[in-house]
Design a binder for this molecule. Sequence first.
Ligand SMILES: [Zn+2]
Length: 191
Amino acid sequence: MKIHKGVITFKLTGEDKSNWAITKSNNEIWIHKGAKIGNDEGIYQRFITHEMGHAFNNATDWEANSTITADLERPIRTYYESEEVVNKKGETVLDKHGNPVTTQVERMEIDHYDEDAAILYRSESKYHYYGYAGGSNWQFGYDPNNRQGEEFADMYVGWVFGKWGAGDMADARRSHMDEVMPELVKYAYDK
Ligand SMILES: [Zn+2]
């Protein structure tokens, strides 16, 4: 209550957006239609926690955001799109119906947020957990224009549930959160 300066309000917008939710402020979270309330295996629970991570970030005047250093950032995500298959002569290969044969090609998402990419990326074919406890069940942030904020929100999930992946990045994330969270909570509380 003191940290978020009031109760956290969740508003079900009923809107069909490509993202599941948007956190509007330190204590207001809008949930969109696609979020599938009651999603099993704890995914929904962790997704709500992710949004609360954004709200907490907001409550710290984005100080939480600024603690995320470059070494904690996941690579910009890749996604896949269809491309027509060509033969060695450079001719488009057709199927028996005369339609071009397509294959999935990996693309880098560099300078813009492709809304479809978030969904396509969930195919998880080349998924790395980057120190998180899992893939799309534990990582919810996909916005390259807000890399630190999404990274913090996902790390907030790891911190709340006390669960991380394995390896150096997991250790780095765990110790980072253990170090900064007490200070951030105090900052937001005292504000
Ligand atoms: Zn997010």
